[in-house]
Design a protein around this ligand. Structure first.
Ligand code: AMP
Ligand code: TRP
Length: 327
């Protein structure tokens, strides 16, 4: 079974867009891959974070992923900072990566411009990411556009290290480009992507929203004056967005949905969409509530930590030996 590894940044509550566009795919991947999922909390502090908020966001993200169907029996789930070898391997890789290559990373260029007096970690960020990947002999790394360059850097680092030391020590990872998932639009401005950073929270469904809030937001979604449930993203972006949500969550095809609601008014259709979203998110919220303060969550994280410490220690000891850091 091929090994898959991905890191998630703890960035507060996720949206229905994240669920449909990303988490649902990961739930599928767990059937095909030996999958490693970790919370990249050390990457998160490359931009200053409030410690209490960071602590909460890390735990929240683990609970949400588990509640969404990431199965701890099929995935190795852990927190990056609980595995000391990531930073240790990263240091050795830093000493084997040309400085000039880091300054060319697009994300570094963007973020270093946005943040005054940015820290050195922002520059070395992709090397820590290479360490995350290379320690585990990872076959594939699922990436969005913004992280593809970093996976390519990890490949370069692996190849040049192997060449320099004359060994196939690091497996060269492949980026795994996920199939183009559905894009969910903002409920108020459906031409924009639903995103937690939206100006108006009423257009965004958060995975932990109450049933009342979900219903209110969907009933308030922007529509049009045609009064016909028809998929036409260009002319009817609001209704088409609701059709996409319904399609993704119910499994009905767009045609079946149009047929089912051909005589319905928008109020009836919106109520059906709201029922469907509530039926998906209520169990997720309930499971999250059970998990968030539970020992079960800690046990899952302890098991992930212990398993990955064992694998990483072995790789690190071999790495030290190769570069001459062993007595
Ligand atoms: P972000 O929260 O923007 O960093 O995105 C994390 C993941 O969720 C990426 O794989 C995105 O493609 C996916 N995602 C975020 N927002 C949406 C959305 N509105 N529709 C579909 N997928 C999304
Ligand atoms: N940098 C990634 C992001 O911001 C998170 C990440 C850290 C990651 N280490 C990784 C992703 C290793 C894949 C593999 O989204």
């Amino acid at each position: 079974m091929k090994r898959f590894l991905t890191g998630l940044q703890p960035t507060g509550c996720l949206t229905l867009g994240n669920y449909i566009g990303a988490i649902k795919q990961m739930v599928k991947y767990q059937e095909e891959f030996d999958s490693f999922i970790f919370i990249a909390d050390m990457h998160a502090i490359t931009i200053p974070k409030d410690p209490e908020k960071l602590r909460k966001d890390v735990r929240d993200l683990v609970a949400i992923y588990l509640a969404c169907g990431i199965d701890p029996n099929k995935n190795t789930i852990f927190i990056q900072s609980e595995n000391i070898y990531h930073a240790n391997v990263s240091w050795i890789l830093e000493c084997n990566t040309p400085y000039g290559q880091l300054g060319r990373m697009t994300q570094f260029k963007d973020k270093s411009q946005k943040h005054e007096n940015f820290m050195a970690g922002l520059l070395t960020y992709p090397i820590l990411m290479a360490a995350d990947i290379l320690i585990y002999d990872t076959d594939c790394v699922p990436v969005g556009k913004d992280q593809k360059q970093h996976v390519e850097l990890a490949r370069d680092i692996a190849e040049s290290f192997n060449k320099r030391f004359g060994k196939d020590f690091f497996k060269v990872p492949e980026p795994l480009i996920p199939e183009e998932g559905a894009k969910i639009g903002d409920l108020l401005d459906p031409t924009k992507k639903m995103s937690k950073s939206a100006e108006n929270p009423k257009g965004v469904i958060l995975l932990l929203d109450s049933e009342k809030d979900i219903r209110k937001k969907i009933m308030g979604a922007t529509t049009d004056s045609e009064m016909c449930v028809r998929y036409d993203p260009e002319n009817k972006p609001g209704i088409s967005n609701l059709i996409t949500i319904y399609h993704e969550l119910s499994g009905l095809s767009v045609k079946e949905i149009e047929e089912k609601f051909k005589d319905a008014n928008y109020g009836t259709f919106k109520t059906a969409v709201a029922d469907c979203v509530v039926a998906t998110l209520n169990p997720i919220r309930q499971r999250y509530e059970e998990l968030i303060n539970s020992e079960e969550l800690d046990k899952i994280l302890d098991a992930g930590r212990d398993k990955t410490l064992e694998i990483a220690k072995k790789k690190y000891e071999e790495l030290k030996e190769i570069v001459g850091l062993k007595r």
